[in-house]
Design a protein around this ligand. Structure first.
Ligand code: PLP
Length: 401
């Protein structure tokens, strides 16, 4: 069976891990700090906090910004549940808007959803394709008069915060800048299926206006992700450094040095990873571009380049049942595919919170006709051809049935 998205393994991971395991320091320490510095250098943002997931990262940003009950956070209806779940955790309301034909949140729909309760906009770079950040940042400024700040951070920013859910877009670029430096804050995921993986992990890339002290933010987030403890475990090991304080009860979502080892090696070879992913995506495009039933996504324009995270093939003429049949047929041919995403209003948790899929027609139609094909470093040339043949023959069989 050709799997959907196994992580890339590089032999250097073992050396890196051995060094860390033998060093006597396995939780947050020098490797995590080094990984954070390298992430900042790669993305071109101001400062980066590594932690144990993108989900925790987004939640920490919303807490830092003082989002809570009565506030609204604008998100796309077409995303992974984490984007909405964290808003619910804060007691705020996820305001879902429909996406455009490129699977990304629609700028027009964001604007229509802005109210005097809007505190944050969360664009999601679907499959690694950057959202229209200039336009979205422009909306935050344009609607400044509606913004009613009620925390110190909100007062300092004095407009809606734009927090990118960049879980898919590590390595993507927009107008000459890398994902991570396109919004006020960007949150990456290093989950096992993501382009750059630490098994589980994530980071917050801060890129706020100069009025914010980024070093202070870095320290306060490190405190927040470790119980609110004024010193982390490593600092406590310093001579006579055992005493600490807890100013506010914090959370527990720090990254460990063991995970950071995977990230450091992954980042060192990331250019290679991206090049292979690009080759796979372009090979799929060439195979499907002359098929009248296939609708392909854009991967590169003068302004944008994807991180080649997902290959989301669309067959607009299929019904949802036909799409499901294609998935069964390609599985019988030994190929694992997937669907990204089930729109949030179709999940029970959000259906019972009164979100109705009828208000999100584009998300619904994308979902019904989408199939994500395998894209990963170790997918061989032969595997790519197997995937292509299995899709072509299954789609044709279903459409001609
Ligand atoms: C994977 C993913 C997340 C969650 O990432 P974790 O690191 O698992 O918390 C959030 N948003 C999107 C769009 C994702 O695909």
């Amino acid at each position: 069976m050709i799997p959907f998205s196994p992580p890339r393994y590089h032999p250097e991971i073992l050396e890196e891990l051995e060094g860390t395991l033998k060093s006597g320091w396995i939780t947050t320490g020098p490797k995590t700090k080094l990984f954070e510095k390298q992430l900042t250098a790669y993305c071109g943002n101001k400062v980066t906090n590594a932690l144990n997931s993108a989900t925790a990262g987004m939640e920490m940003v919303l807490r830092w910004f003082g989002v809570g009950e009565g506030d609204e956070v604008i998100i796309p209806a077409y995303t992974y549940c984490a984007t909405a779940n964290v808003v619910v955790h804060l007691g705020a309301k996820p305001v879902m808007v429909d996406v455009g034909d490129d699977f990304n949140i629609s700028v027009t729909n964001i604007e229509a959803a802005i109210t005097n309760k809007t505190k944050v906009i969360v664009p999601v770079d679907f499959g690694g394709w950057p959202c229209d950040y200039d336009e979205i940042m422009g909306l935050a400024v344009k609607h400044q008069s509606k913004f009613t700040p009620n925390s110190d951070q909100q007062k300092l920013l004095n407009r809606i915060l734009v927090m990118a859910d960049a879980a898919h877009s590590f390595g993507a670029s927009y107008k000459g800048k890398k994902s991570g430096s396109l919004a006020d804050v960007s949150v990456f995921s290093f989950h096992a299926v993501k382009n750059l993986s630490t098994a589980e992990g994530g980071c917050i890339c801060w890129n706020l206006p100069e009025s914010f002290n980024h070093e202070d933010i870095y320290v306060s987030i490190n405190t927040l992700v470790l119980h609110g403890q004024s010193k982390d475990a490593l600092a406590k090991t310093q001579l006579g450094g055992w005493r600490y304080d807890v100013d506010e009860p914090g959370y527990k979502c720090n990254m460990t040095d063991i995970h950071a080892c995977l990230g450091l090696v992954g980042l060192k070879y990331y250019a290679e990873t991206l090049a292979r992913r690009q080759f796979i995506v372009e090979t799929y495009d060439q195979a499907f571009e002359n098929e009248s039933w296939a609708k392909l996504r854009r991967n590169k324009t003068t302004d944008k380049e994807t991180s080649y995270h997902l290959y989301a093939l669309r067959v607009p003429d299929m019904t949802e049942d036909q799409r499901d049949t294609v998935i069964t047929k390609v599985a019988e041919k030994g190929v694992s595919v997937n669907v990204h995403f089930i729109p949030l209003p179709l999940l029970s948790a959000y259906e019972k919170r009164n979100y109705n899929i009828e208000h999100y027609p584009t998300a619904h139609s994308l979902f019904k006709t989408e199939i994500s094909l395998p894209v990963y470093y170790d997918l061989s040339d032969e595997d790519i051809q197997t995937v292509i043949e299995s899709i072509k023959s299954s789609v044709k069989a279903v459409l001609n049935a």
